[in-house]
Ligand binder design. Structure first.
Ligand code: FDA
Length: 388
């Protein structure tokens, strides 16, 4: 085999960023492999023919960043719409704005409080457990925003996310619960946000559109019968960037790192708009899913190209992942963190292999964070390996 200068395992945003930089800055020949049949990793999306919606196959993806470096980098490959993310929640037969803000509070308490009045009320309610060290997530939630708001908007939602009674969950899962004492319901507070104008997949195709980059899909790094396998590359001394699960790389030698996953249930409606917004949370226990995504509403600027009479919604059901499920959110208990630290040590001992991305480093990263860490990893660790 005529090996390239670098093999990247995983065509997600980490892998594509590294591949793009290696080709452009080091004139490297790069092979990108992915076990899936498409590029883009979890940010991949496709067009739904019936409705004209862009479906984010692995869950809703909203781009936002305050890093000028990342914003300038991504703008080389796509333009962004002026989409601004906002979320609503259904609770006890009413729809409220999120994140919890003065609108939510005044609607909930049937009041017309000023910011100062609302602040005083929440502080008083949060004082219920004053002087006690919260022993579980329930107590922590109450001590952060008071029992009424906690029980309405956080308790059951969290129970559905974790399939566990919050009284049984560690307090450490939440550090803060944002409450805004004004009517700002803009979800992200970053300098820049938006959605890729012609879709996520086009964006990522352009990242790989360098003739020095070759992408092979449907290829498993651990399949010894193909030329870019772990063993073959090690024997040939080819530098590797690995963005798959770190425990899988070491054959789960120290045990499995724990993840949560999400099952999506697709529902189609014979109407143009079902929720009137892109994301509706369901805060109560009687609805079994946590939230529903109505993809058409992420792209109102495409209205003319969308079907005015049909819409598609994905309901999200959260659960603990088994091996073979899509790993989405690291569970990150103290035991998981300790286990990852041991895997990290093994990873550091792998000559010529750089571990990156959310699976390779067992971390929840947003897209902008993954791109920032990939640009850094390229500069600090990969460029030196490629220097001839
Ligand atoms: P990613 O998982 O994308 O790529 C890894 C690739 O490696 C995969 O394509 C996989 O197939 C491949 N691979 C694994 N094992 C392999 C093997 N053995 N052989 C070959 N290939 C292998 N971010 C954000 O900014 N805004 C948002 O709104 C959201 N929303 C969101 C929702 C949900 C449900 C999740 C789970 C995540 C988000 N994110 C997000 C985060 C975003 O998805 C994330 O930051 C990036 O997709 C991570 O890119 P990576 O390249 O690290 O991993």
């Amino acid at each position: 085999v005529d090996y390239p200068d670098l093999v990247v395992v995983g065509a997600g945003l980490f892998g594509l960023t590294v591949a793009q930089q290696a080709a452009e800055l080091a004139d490297a020949r790069v092979e990108v492999i992915d076990i899936r049949d498409h590029i883009g990793g979890n940010a991949y999306s496709y067009m739904d023919e019936e409705t004209g919606a862009e479906i984010h196959k692995y869950g809703a993806h909203l781009f936002h960043t305050s890093s000028r470096r990342v914003w300038e980098y991504v703008n080389r490959f796509t333009e962004f719409t002026d989409y601004v993310h906002r979320v609503w929640a259904t609770h006890d037969g009413e729809v409220y704005p999120l994140p919890t803000n003065l609108g939510t509070i005044n609607q909930f308490f049937r009041a017309h409080m000023t910011p100062a009045e609302a602040k005083a009320l929440i502080a008083e309610q949060a004082g219920e457990l004053a002087g006690q060290d919260p022993q579980n997530l329930n107590d922590k939630g109450i001590s952060l925003i008071g029992r009424p708001l906690y029980e309405a908007f956080i308790k059951n939602y969290t129970a559905k996310q974790w399939q566990t009674d919050p009284a049984e969950l560690p307090a450490s899962i939440i550090n803060r619960l944002p409450v805004r004492f004004n009517y700002d319901n803009r979800y992200f507070q970053d300098t820049w946000e938006g959605l890729p104008k012609d879709g996520y997949t086009k964006w990522m195709e352009r990242m790989a559109a360098d003739e020095r980059i070759h992408v092979s899909l449907g290829v498993d790094f651990f399949d010894a019968s193909q030329p870019y396998s772990k063993d073959a590359l090690k024997a040939a001394g080819v530098p590797v960037v690995y963005t798959g699960p770190v425990d899988r790389y070491f054959d789960y030698a120290l045990g499995d790192l724990k993840w949560r996953t999400v099952d999506f249930k697709e529902v189609r409606y014979d109407e143009g708009d079902h929720f009137g917004c892109p994301v509706m949370n369901f805060s109560d226990a009687d609805v079994p899913y946590t939230r529903a995504i109505e993809f058409k509403n992420f792209n109102p600027e495409r209205r003319d190209a969308q079907n005015p009479d049909k819409t598609v919604v994905w309901e999200e059901y959260s659960r603990f992942a088994e091996r073979g499920d899509e790993p989405y959110y690291p569970v990150n208990t103290e035991a998981d963190k300790a286990l990852y630290a041991r895997y990290e040590e093994l990873a550091a001992g792998e000559d010529k292999v750089v571990f990156g991305g959310r699976l390779g480093t067992y971390k929840y990263y947003d897209m902008h964070q993954v791109i920032a860490t990939a640009l850094d990893a390229y500069e600090k660790r990969i460029a030196p390996m490629l220097a001839k």
